[in-house]
Design a protein around this ligand. Structure first.
Ligand SMILES: [Cu+2]
Length: 509
């Protein structure tokens, strides 16, 4: 072979490698990349699907300004946060069941943002997913979200643009839909999160080797290395605002995990009952637990009774990293001694409620339904040349992951299996699913949710009805994983999305 030919082969190989690298990086810069073919063809645009109308419902209007804020986490820690209305969590949105909600988003940041209404069953074009249900809202622009607050419960909202960064920086807030007649006079929401304050947030690009070396087996190796500070409603340690309750008084406490790490909250024994998970009421089975495990993106409501006078504490399981930073003091008259938050003792976990075994009061299906569509979802980890770790669905990264193709009215079965080493809280937009079995063992009492925490080695079978036409994401809510590929789309036949990834709007779902 002469030199010329060898040279040409070399160039061809390098070019091929370059092209391959290009396609390995789904979200790089302003490169326009196509959604899977089925999403952008056939039938009606999702923008022409029916939206909701206020009619004679009470209209509740809010304005959320996305802006940068220096946020004080406690006396010694502050961060450059991105916020809705200058605080972390963002402006609370509290409405009553049946209200018509209008939220005007004004973007005062210098990056594009959106708002996704996590857990809400709403029209597709209000779902806030850039590149799929809208274009990202550009700096200086506004966008108005409108929907009916149909189903009482605990929800939250967050940006769905480059979420691994934007939600991490504080772009989230609570959305609470109250029942028309409230069951509890006291009602408080606590949003849990974690931050990288004293360290640069590490990238999963260079974490692979390190992580393998320190696998702790709890599926949290990556987040534990990435973050050093835990917060409750944006505050850490002794800066966390106490909950005020009289002895004997019961309150509804709504917990939301806005972070990417699972948390385990311990309550005084016998003080707590779970009321709802992901806005669905659960059965009261008399099982006594004093510990709640909350997955990233998940919501759990409890009824908590302060048993005694004096100080009580609800806090992170002391066995978990940085648990001291996540303690909610419960006080009666504010005179309790808690000058040093570190003196607050958290009881030990005696029994762990996973939130998935109690069963929902209202089921989607009375018995295991006949299915029209079956989808096997294998969650795995891999490496991408030059990109570091990849998080895959059926060995592919988004947007190359196989879609869940449905027709309106279909009953869809999804079997989710985690073959990797990290936890994956899988969240479905615009629908709720019924979790029917875990590791092949059917639940006596199935549970209805929109997020299921699938740990290494676990398999869950869930069912949902395709009754909300559109293009919807089904993805891991550890957005660091979603960012690296663990995303797919529930694609309805007969509709298409007129939007696209990247492009001049830098859409990055
Ligand atoms: Cu994940």
């Amino acid at each position: 072979m002469n030199r010329k030919i060898i040279g040409s082969i070399l160039i061809a190989v390098l070019l091929g490698f370059g092209v391959w690298m290009f396609f390995q990086s789904p979200f790089s810069g302003s490169t326009q990349q196509s959604l899977p073919a089925g999403v952008q063809q056939d039938g009606v645009s999702i923008m022409d699907l029916e939206t909701q109308k206020a009619g004679n419902r009470p209209v509740k209007t809010f304005e959320l300004k996305a802006k940068e804020t220096i946020w004080k986490i406690n006396e010694s820690k502050e961060v450059e946060a991105w916020t809705y209305n200058g605080k972390v969590p963002g402006e609370p949105i509290h409405v009553t069941e049946g209200d018509y909600v209008k939220v005007r988003l004004k973007n005062q940041l210098d990056v594009p943002v959106t708002i996704h209404w996590h857990g809400m069953i709403l029209p597709n074009q209000m779902d806030g997913v850039p590149g799929l249900t809208q274009d990202a809202v550009q700096p200086g622009d506004t966008f108005t979200y409108e929907f009916i607050a149909n189903d009482a419960g605990t929800y939250w909202y967050h940006s769905h643009q480059h979420s691994s960064k934007q939600v991490d920086k504080g772009l989230y807030g609570p959305l609470v839909i109250e029942e028309k007649s409230k069951k509890f006079e006291k009602d408080k929401t606590f949003i849990l999160d974690e931050w990288a304050v004293n360290q640069e947030k590490q990238s999963l690009s260079n974490m692979g080797g390190m992580m393998m070396g320190s696998m702790s087996g709890d599926g949290e190796a990556d987040t534990k290395q990435m973050y050093d500070t835990l917060t409750v409603n944006g505050k850490s340690g002794s800066a966390i605002q106490p909950l005020e309750l009289e002895a004997g008084e019961t309150a509804r406490l709504r917990f939301v995990n806005a972070g990417y790490q699972r948390h385990r909250l311990v309550f005084p024994k016998g003080s707590m009952k779970v009321l709802a998970t992901d806005a669905e009421d659960v059965k009261q089975v008399g099982e006594s637990i004093n510990t709640l495990e909350i997955a990233p993106g998940e919501r759990i409501d409890v009824a908590y009774t302060k048993e005694k006078k004096g100080l009580e504490v609800i806090g992170e399981d002391p066995q978990l990293q940085n648990a001291d930073q996540m303690k909610i003091p419960v006080v009666s008259n504010g005179k309790e001694n808690m000058s040093d938050g570190n003196d607050l003792n958290v009881e030990t976990a005696s029994s762990i409620g996973s939130g998935t075994s109690k069963g929902s009061e209202q089921l989607l299906f009375d018995k295991v339904p006949e299915t029209d569509v079956s989808y096997q979802m294998d969650l795995s980890m891999g490496m991408n040349m030059g990109e570091g770790m990849a998080f895959q669905i059926n060995d592919k990264v988004f947007p190359d992951t196989p879609m869940i193709s449905v027709e309106e009215g279909d009953i869809v079965k999804v079997k989710i299996k985690n073959t990797g080493m990290l936890n994956h809280p899988m969240h479905l937009h615009g629908h709720r699913f019924q979790v029917q079995s875990r590791n092949g063992k059917p639940y006596d009492a199935p549970i209805v949710k929109d997020l299921i925490h699938v740990k290494p080695g676990e398999t869950y079978t869930v069912y949902f009805k395709a009754d909300n036409k559109g293009e919807w994401l089904f993805h891991c809510h550890d957005n660091n994983h979603a960012d690296r590929g663990m995303v797919t789309i529930v694609d309805y036949e007969g509709v298409y999305s007129p939007f696209g990834l990247g492009g001049e709007n830098s859409n990055q779902p």
